[in-house]
Ligand binder design. Structure first.
Ligand SMILES: NC(=O)c1ccc[n+]([C@@H]2O[C@H](COP(=O)([O-])OP(=O)(O)OC[C@H]3O[C@@H](n4cnc5c(N)ncnc54)[C@H](O)[C@@H]3O)[C@@H](O)[C@H]2O)c1
Length: 314
């Protein structure tokens, strides 16, 4: 790929910071736009002194203007965990809606390509499993997660509409549960929750009876999938995730084993609109992007546990 000027919103977050690293290593220039709501400059510390990297502290719900030529816009800015979007409901709603329109406007002005970070949450509590890109979802439009789910569904509609109306080249990635170093430790996501509790030998808290299923993708696999999509000539929607499905109970047991912990499992009441099942069908990404996840759960968890340990000992 020729060197490009790439804008990444949400680039100081968990997934965005890995994307910045990869794309800079591939010779591109990166401009991050981030309001640091849930991200941290710590994630991009190593990039700050790089002449091909710049950081703009800015909220995507406000108009975005970049003077230099922009070739590619990746819109990743949004609170992403149920805890974070419940704490910042209006910002989340606006990052997905107004923020998507603003970033599409930026792409339109520069005739840049555009990639939206969507989510498996657009499938809601799915009635079919695994979920293919053709499934339209089962979402509560005004439920407790709707500021996130419905904003992302609006974002997809906005991308499709700008693409049809202004001939913009756009792509959508529906990211499924991703984990790895740099996740925030206190944002309630299940992998880090369990690891922190296991390392402290505290009770591992499971919401519900632990039979709900999830499939977890290691961050390097997810980012490799996103970059495969960027590099492809596919202007379409793709699921990126790991189809290796397991129950939340099994995840807790695996983490207890890998951390050699004495933690016990404690069951709590299931929150509203918590999906019972999540598993991507990644046939489309496999066949059209020639991508599939490579990191097995034990290896990914071991790397994540090591990183969490280093954070806890700070
Ligand atoms: N991690 C996952 O499992 C997962 C799954 C599905 C979708 N996604 C999507 O990927 C993207 C990144 O998620 P993540 O896990 O890295 O989350 P994250 O919270 O670590 O990163 C999000 C980044 O966006 C920034 N941000 C939030 N609201 C903003 C706003 N209004 N203006 C500017 N910046 C803002 C935050 O400060 C943060 O740096 C999100 O769009 C999320 O919806 C992630």
């Amino acid at each position: 790929m020729v060197a490009m000027n790439i804008v990444i919103t949400g680039g100081s977050g968990f997934v965005g910071s890995y994307l910045c690293e990869k794309l800079i290593n591939n010779g591109h220039k990166i401009i991050v736009i981030d309001n640091l709501l849930t991200g941290s400059t710590e994630n991009i510390n190593d990039l700050m002194s790089n002449e091909n990297f710049s950081f703009i502290e800015h909220d995507v719900q406000d108009h975005i203007e970049i003077e230099n030529k922009v070739d590619y816009v990746l819109h990743f800015a949004s609170a992403a965990s149920p805890k974070a979007y419940t704490e910042h409901p209006v910002n989340t709603l606006k990052a997905g809606s107004v923020g998507t329109i603003n970033t599409l406007g930026l792409a339109k002005k520069h005739q840049a390509e555009y990639l939206l970070a969507s989510t498996s949450e657009v499938y809601g509590d799915p009635l079919v499993s695994p979920q293919t890109e053709e499934y339209w979802g089962n979402v509560n439009p005004n439920g407790e997660r709707s500021m996130y789910d419905e904003a992302k569904r609006f974002a997809e509609a906005a991308v499709a509409t700008y693409s049809r109306s202004y001939d913009l080249k756009t792509k959508i990635v529906r990211i499924f549960n991703t984990y790895g170093p740099r996740m925030q430790l206190n944002d309630g996501r299940v992998v880090t929750n369990f690891i922190v509790q296991a390392l402290r030998n505290e009770n591992i808290t499971i919401y519900g009876d632990g039979s709900q299923t999830r499939s977890f993708s290691y961050v390097e696999d997810t980012v490799a999938g996103i970059i495969s999509l960027m590099n492809s000539s596919e202007y379409d929607v793709f699921n990126i995730g790991n189809p290796n499905e397991m129950t939340v109970g099994q995840l807790a047991e695996t983490i207890i084993e890998l951390t050699d912990s004495t933690s016990e499992i404690k069951y709590l009441e299931l929150p509203n609109d918590d999906p019972k099942q999540r598993k991507p069908d990644i046939t489309k990404a496999k066949t059209k992007l020639n991508w599939e996840p490579k990191v097995n759960l034990e290896d990914g968890l071991t790397k994540t546990i090591k990183w969490v340990e280093s954070q806890l000992s700070k």
